[in-house]
Write a protein that binds this ligand. Structure first.
Ligand SMILES: [Fe+2]
Length: 334
């Protein structure tokens, strides 16, 4: 008979209940598509539910569609009853949970839960990539927004970027009909160029610099009310200049900033409204000159780029618009 005593490792262990595996949090649509998850892996994340969702042929109760963010889309399959309270509105932000599975022949998700998610902590990532004619600009916007460090301004920007009524047209409209950045997505491209230009002027104190960056990004935001997708003017745009509407378009968000940082809100409103050559001859803050200059530099560069695009490399002068020419210093070396 064995007289050895059992050690603590040999003692029979009590049976533990089997815990369900914790869902993997999806960091983004593009990230999900690049990873190799096993079928059946539980996942969860926050996305936009695309309106392009339709019944699967085999069964009217099962829908096929996509959830989206700024990085891409994930094919999903979902029971109709799970989203009947969610479909209202365009591209609602939803928290989803589901299992990895093949959907439409590609890796996707079979959703087991879809709930509206009104709290948006990651607003740029949640701009649907499909509505932005130049999707790469969303990556630039995300990078640009990450530069903000001043707490009240970060919260203000978060609110503005979460406002679909502003952001959806902001990322898709042209900046003008025929002047500069006149292609779809041109408004975002021009606004980003302005922000990136101001952000380089690090001689300014940080909070002032960031106010300038915010003003540069939003200086043309009122075009969302005055311009249509084809660059023509809306009814409101036909009777009012977009500059006159900037503070109105941002009113609710500026009210919010008033409560967080009144001095900053006043400064931002001055930066959004001050225009060289109009009204007050000199700005109250020097960085307003930077915002104005960035606007002219971005527009002028785009005009020159277009004007020189079709002329031979050896040409150093060309017509930009009626009454305006552009010059480039061609260097042929020694
Ligand atoms: Fe502009």
């Amino acid at each position: 008979m064995c007289s050895e005593r059992l050690t603590e490792f040999d003692q029979p262990r009590p049976c533990l209940p089997q815990l369900a595996p914790k869902p993997v949090v999806i960091r983004g649509a593009d990230w999900f598509r690049q990873m190799a998850f096993l079928d059946g892996t539980p996942m969860q994340g926050v996305f936009r539910l695309s309106p392009q969702i339709r019944p699967e042929r085999a069964s009217g109760k099962v829908l096929i569609g996509v959830v989206e963010d700024s990085t891409g889309a994930i094919d999903v399959q979902v029971r109709e009853d799970l989203i009947e309270n969610v479909l209202a509105g365009s591209f609602p932000v939803v928290s989803v949970a589901g299992l990895v599975a093949e959907v439409k022949g590609r890796i996707g998700l079979v959703l087991t839960s879809v709930t509206l998610n009104p709290v948006t902590i990651d607003p740029v990532r949640l701009i649907p990539r499909s509505i932005c004619p130049v999707p790469e600009l969303l990556d630039r916007l995300e990078k640009a927004v990450r530069q903000f460090q001043t707490e009240p301004l970060c919260r203000f920007m978060q609110r503005v970027l979460s406002d679909d009524r502003l952001m959806f047209p902001f990322v898709s409209l042209p900046a003008s009909r025929v002047h500069h950045h006149s292609e779809p997505g041109g408004l975002l491209m021009h606004s980003l160029e302005c922000l990136e230009c101001v952000a380089q002027m690090t001689m300014f104190e940080r909070a002032e610099l960031e106010l300038g960056m915010a003003a540069a990004l939003l200086h043309d935001i009122s075009k969302v009310m005055t311009m249509k997708k084809d660059g023509t003017k809306t009814r409101l745009g036909a009777v009012m200049e977009h500059d006159e509407l900037t503070l109105r378009v941002l009113a609710a968000h500026l009210d919010y900033l008033d409560h967080l940082w009144l001095n900053g809100s006043i400064a931002l409103q001055h930066l959004l409204k001050w225009k060289s050559g109009k009204g007050r001859p000199l700005p109250l803050m020097t960085i307003a000159e930077a915002v104005n200059s960035a606007d002219r530099i971005s527009a002028g560069q785009d005009l020159s780029r277009r004007a020189f695009h079709l002329v031979p490399n050896s040409h150093f002068i060309t017509k930009v618009q009626p009454g305006r020419i552009a010059y480039r210093p061609v260097f042929r070396g020694q």
